[in-house]
Design a protein around this ligand. Structure first.
Ligand SMILES: CC(C)[C@H](C(=O)O)[C@@H](O)C(=O)O
Ligand code: SF4
Length: 433
């Protein structure tokens, strides 16, 4: 019987099978940030277990609220900073080098096909885009991971989603994942890995694949996963060039991490995106999704472009293409947070930061910022934000605020119009047609 990519990853990492379908797997990396890791650190210290399994496999960043906005966030940063120093964690990213964890760590080459990764963050599923198993965990699992480099999971179940057809102009990975979550519902993939396959995914950049996998959790998924291919090899080449004689050799090696044709799934669905139009959420749950055309005219107070979903260079390029030479509406506050310093640098070099500033956007440092409503653009009661983020929960961006999730193109067009609108990049034609 064939196996899925996730089953193969588990087979290669299993160190114990204590009971039933519980499997203990060895971890290739443990990622940390300043919101959830301090709780684990403090507890390990209190229990006299202030150790790390392997400092080189722990990657840490201060990203959610940075620079610190108050004493509490300053303290959280301090705990992680001192812990990283104490244990010789070299890959620790503080002010000036820090960015949103799920954008920064892949960009640094820390995620590889076949890897197992945990983090105390629900959007850890993003890293599956590289053909890895990466899952968000709670404090107890994080502590065990830091201490022993292992984690217990149930045997993985997989929902295979074949994305077929051809993406129309102006329709992006964000629209695909919103449409999928709309179909699945917020619990549609609970306790399952969502395996994204099909010709549309094969044609996607690593950035777009990360956008897809990032929101797997919004349908309840443990992880999203894409097969590693030449796109993955090209993205990782600066980091793996010394390990393989050629890109072809790397590709050959990575092909271990692809599901067998006769793998057994817990569900298979097809999503033909040929007729898809830009999508937007309308309520407080990510599965409340409609085509933008049905929400047109909804006024917004703020437009936020950033986050681990859509704060990468590809996203900023798309938004800038819409904003170029235009001004955002007087009634709108535009905020853009490049996801990492490298994204910021590229955007600067390409004139994208200039376009955002000329359009009237405020450009912040790389951080989660407004995404979770802790800094850099918190909404007032009754205010509405068009955002490229992944969560529209009630009060997420500020008490009494409403968030509409959308693609960077739709967000940029909305900023110009002052209300929700399709971008002019969308003409409804299938790509290449
Ligand atoms: C702060 C952290 C625990 C949280 C998460 O797990 O997702 C945050 O990143 C979010 O997006 O709400
Ligand atoms: S950008 Fe938003 S969703 Fe992503 S890790 Fe930060 S707070 Fe969470």
């Amino acid at each position: 019987m064939g196996k899925t990519i996730t089953e193969k990853i588990f087979d290669a990492h299993r160190v114990d099978n204590p009971a039933g379908d519980i499997q203990v797997i060895r971890l290739d990396a443990v990622f940390c940030h300043e919101i959830t890791t301090p709780v684990a650190i403090n507890d390990l210290v209190a229990r006299g277990k202030d150790r790390v399994f392997d400092a080189s496999r722990i990657k840490a960043v201060i990203d959610h609220v940075t620079p610190a906005k108050d004493s509490k966030t300053a303290e959280q940063g301090k705990i992680v900073r001192e812990w990283a120093r104490r244990h010789g964690i070299v890959d620790f990213f503080d002010i000036g080098r820090n960015g949103v964890c799920h954008a920064l760590f892949p960009e640094k080459g820390f995620v590889r096909p076949g890897y197992t990764i945990i983090m105390g963050d629900s959007h850890t599923c993003t890293h599956g885009a590289f053909g890895a198993f990466a899952a968000g965990v709670g404090t107890t699992d994080l502590e065990v991971g830091i201490l022993k480099g292992v984690c217990a999971f149930k045997a993985p179940k997989t929902l295979k989603v074949e994305v077929t057809g051809s993406l129309p102009e102006g329709v992006y990975a964000k629209d695909v994942i919103l449409a999928l979550i709309g179909e699945l519902g917020v619990n549609g993939a609970t306790n399952k890995v969502i395996e994204f396959t099909g010709s549309v995914v094969e044609k996607m950049s690593m950035e777009s694949r990360m956008t897809l996998c990032n929101m797997a959790i919004e349908a309840g998924g443990t992880c999203g996963v894409c097969y590693p291919d030449s796109v993955t090899v090209d993205y990782l080449w600066p980091f793996i060039g010394n390990d393989y004689p050629s890109r072809e050799a790397a590709l050959e090696d990575f092909s271990r991490w692809i599901s067998d044709a006769d793998a057994v799934y817990d569900g298979v669905m097809n999503l033909d995106v040929s007729g898809l139009s830009p999508m937007v959420t309308f309520g407080y749950k990510p599965d409340q999704v409609k085509p933008v055309t049905e929400m047109e005219g909804t006024p917004v107070d703020q437009v936020y472009i950033g986050s681990c979903t859509n704060g990468r260079i590809e996203d900023l390029r798309i938004a800038a293409a819409v904003l170029k030479g235009k001004r955002i509406a007087d009634s709108v506050r535009g905020v853009v947070s490049p996801a990492t310093p490298e994204v910021y640098r590229m955007a600067l070099a390409e004139g994208i930061i200039q376009i955002f500033m000329d359009a009237g956007f405020c450009v912040t440092n790389p951080t989660c910022g407004a995404c979770l409503g802790m800094s850099n653009g918190v909404l007032a009661d009754g205010e509405v934000c068009a955002a490229t983020t992944n969560r529209n929960f009630n009060g997420r961006m500020g008490k009494g605020g409403m968030v509409h999730l959308m693609s960077p193109a739709t967000a940029a067009a909305t900023a110009i119009a002052g209300n929700i609108v399709n971008s002019e990049l969308f003409d409804g034609r299938e790509a290449g047609a």
